[in-house]
Design a protein around this ligand. Structure first.
Ligand SMILES: NC(=O)c1ccc[n+]([C@@H]2O[C@H](COP(=O)([O-])OP(=O)(O)OC[C@H]3O[C@@H](n4cnc5c(N)ncnc54)[C@H](OP(=O)(O)O)[C@@H]3O)[C@@H](O)[C@H]2O)c1
Length: 211
């Protein structure tokens, strides 16, 4: 995020303000997961997701007995996604978590871009529990703010990695790491700082949620 706490500009465009070091850091974190979750608006903004490409990370996954790529899981209640997006041609497994209505859009042969379609349960805890039962034990949630807010609201996030980038985007409508309705001060989610590192002009922060 930028130093004024924005994860995109006010138009909700893709965030391209972090350095190559941050992308390497992100790829390293993602390589340790079984699945990567993101909201539909994030996919609409980028049209792609990040695959694991570094040879040593691919080798590490192989040594751990993991498939080459984590599963990419899109959360989209509406199912309203562009089937022509490059995401659907990227080399990783794709799952969709959606509603009954949203699933109908992807059941035809024409739109068979997903390897698995999961109908969203009543709570985010149930959704994550289902993914766990499908073999996805370690998950990364890469945004956006709306999805992260709904997972935080149910205390489902254990760790937070945040990179501060030396930009200011401003604007009250620009998305932040946590959207939603917000928490009151006395119910704020609390975190413990585990590590901080300065690399170039960016600050890499790692927190653990305190429950
Ligand atoms: N700087 C960064 O690192 C970073 C990272 C990620 C994203 N971003 C930025 O963040 C912005 C998007 O964030 P956002 O907060 O607006 O949206 P978002 O969280 O990416 O997506 C929200 C959408 O996700 C779907 N969704 C969320 N929870 C769901 C659930 N439980 N079940 C089914 N679907 C669910 C809904 O999709 P439907 O509308 O289809 O129903 C909802 O409208 C973009 O501008 C992007 O560039 C920045």
């Amino acid at each position: 995020m930028t130093i004024d706490g924005k994860i995109a500009d006010k138009t909700g465009s893709a965030a391209r303000f972090s350095s190559a070091s941050d992308l390497t850091h992100l790829e390293t974190q993602l390589s340790q997961t079984d699945g990567v979750i993101f909201g539909a608006s994030t996919l609409r903004a980028y049209g792609t997701s990040l695959s694991i490409r570094q040879e040593e990370l691919l080798q590490w996954r192989q040594q751990q007995g993991k498939p080459p790529q984590p599963v990419q899981i899109v959360y989209s209640a509406s199912g309203n996604l562009d089937p022509g997006a490059r995401f659907f041609r990227q080399p990783f497994p794709r799952w969709l978590l959606t509603t009954q209505e949203g699933s109908h859009l992807w059941e035809s042969e024409k739109h068979s871009g997903f390897d698995r379609i999961i109908i969203s349960a009543d709570s985010e805890a149930q959704n994550l529990s289902h993914l766990y039962d499908c073999g996805l034990k370690r998950l990364a949630i890469i945004g956006g703010g709306k999805l992260i807010a709904s997972l935080l609201a149910e205390d489902l996030i254990d760790e937070l990695w945040l990179t501060l980038c030396p930009w200011i985007l401003g604007g009250v409508t620009a998305p932040t790491p946590v959207g939603g309705e917000g928490f009151l001060a006395d119910t704020a989610k609390r975190f413990q700082l585990l590590s901080s590192q300065i690399l170039g002009e960016e600050v890499f922060l790692h927190y653990r949620c305190v429950r």
